[in-house]
Design a protein around this ligand. Structure first.
Ligand code: PGA
Length: 252
């Protein structure tokens, strides 16, 4: 009923030359694994190379951020139109590293999301609680609030192009993973919030990924959970064998 999506988030890794070599190696390894969508979200400078290298394969290419204005005096930023013109299909928005290091807030995440959707990009919207919030038992409230704020003004029609990535901040790049039950429960909270906002049918058809130290060893267990419809993968997306193993788990 809803599509499983396995997306890599390369963060600040890989040059264009490395991107070309990586995709040339990955493409035959994942050929025919069509029970999930396969996406690589890569640094801006790698996108054109990645799009070219992925032509004719089942690998789709995304960016790791996008600005909310159409153009203008925003030194160092990249617009949705620029991304579309070079063949970008997806964009990660609201990653915790953007929120933590670059002052991203739910308000700017919301603006970026609306701009990306208006331009026709598919959005991978990231949200999740920090460690103190989980320890204090307020995870459900936090993710419900983020879901509502980040999606303010996004229409039901536009939601067809939105994937939510639930990423507990304490699990990102730390080697700590949410247990499959924790991932399932919190993805379930997000789904219930979507049902409140858009109705049950839309909530049931929206892809909700888990992210946070997903790897070849734990992917199968996480992906088996009813509310986990894929993964957003950092570290393990930088190695073709590990990334392929996760895609394989999503195809079994
Ligand atoms: P990680 O990163 O898999 O390295 O924990 C996940 C992410 O940041 O999306």
């Amino acid at each position: 009923m809803r599509r499983t999506v396995i997306a890599g988030n390369w963060k600040m890794n890989m040059t264009p030359a490395q991107t070309k070599a990586f995709i040339a190696e990955l493409a035959p390894m994942v050929a025919g694994m069509d029970k999930c969508d396969i996406v690589l979200c890569v640094p801006y400078v790698d996108i054109a190379t990645a799009v070219e290298a992925a032509k004719g394969t089942n690998i789709k290419i995304g960016a790791e951020n996008v600005h909310f204005a159409e153009s203008g005096a925003y030194t160092g930023e990249i617009s949705a139109k620029m991304l579309c013109e070079i063949g970008t299909e997806y964009v990660v928005i609201g990653h915790s590293e953007r929120r933590q290091y670059f002052g991203e807030t739910d308000a700017t995440v919301n603006l970026r999301t609306k701009a990306a959707l208006a331009a026709g990009l598919k959005v991978i919207l990231c949200l999740g609680e920090v460690k103190d919030e989980r320890l204090n038992g307020i995870t459900d409230e936090v993710v419900a609030m983020q879901t509502k704020l980040d999606l303010l003004g996004v229409s039901a029609e536009e939601m067809k192009n939105v994937i939510i990535a639930y990423e507990p901040v304490w699990a990102i790049g730390t080697g700590l993973t949410a247990t499959p039950d924790q991932a399932d429960e919190t993805c379930g909270v997000i789904r219930r919030t979507l049902a409140e906002l858009y109705g049950i049918e839309l909530a049931e058809s929206t892809t909700i990924q888990y992210g946070g130290s997903m790897n070849d060893g734990n992917a199968a267990e996480l992906l088996a959970k009813v509310n986990v419809d894929g993964g957003l993968i950092g570290g393990a997306s930088l190695k073709t064998d590990k990334f392929t193993a996760i895609i394989k788990a999503a195809n079994s």
